[in-house]
Design a protein around this ligand. Sequence first.
Ligand code: URA
Length: 248
Amino acid sequence: MELRIDKLLAHMGYGTRKEVKKLLKSGAVKVDGAPVRDAKTKVRPDEQIVTVWGETVEYKPFIYLMMNKPSGVVSATEDAVEETVVDLLEEEDRAFSPFPVGRLDKDTEGLLLLTNDGQLAHQLLSPKKHVPKTYFAVVDGEVTEADVAAFQRGVVLDDGYETKPAKLVVLKSGLRSDVEVTITEGKFHQVKRMFQAVGKRVVYLKRIQMGPLPLDPDLAVGEYRELTDEEVGMLKQYRPETDEKKGT
Ligand code: URA
């Protein structure tokens, strides 16, 4: 794997890209003993020794990204026909081989995590963990208190599966309703099929929260950023309520 020295150092916590550029200019950074001043220099951190002021940079291979997924791209790493969420990443981020943590439908927008940390991905996706995911949806039809009660009980999907209780909050009810729905499972097209079960159709869907992590409101559709160390820590330590109650 090869990536730009400024990206590597920023990734490793040596400051912003701008600060790292200054650091490079100062001559503090060496690769295999030779000073490197050009931010564009490519390095292979798994093979070469990078030092800052003589201290070796311990290479951390993980990357954690939050994307505000746009509609029209598929949640996959590769696809023969469709554009994928990984295609939207800068080459230097793609170099870490991140994959999407779970799937959003092609026409669904919003919070999508991408990482190469399989263990964390597994923790967040495991059906046993019941990690809550909250969606904003626009629904064709009037969403009623009866629907709220039905979601709370669990609804039967078209394949006979009975969903776990879901929290439905009606933000605006009318011929078109705005709602927020929180589910703890990840069945195929789950939110759309839950509304289908009560005779309604989702016309717009956006994920706004996953576990403890809300979608960053500063991310425009199609944009992404690295998670902060604090956010990664929050995700790693996250234990959903239902998980704690397990076995009681
Ligand atoms: N439920 C859906 O129907 N689609 C998604 O993309 C996510 C949840």
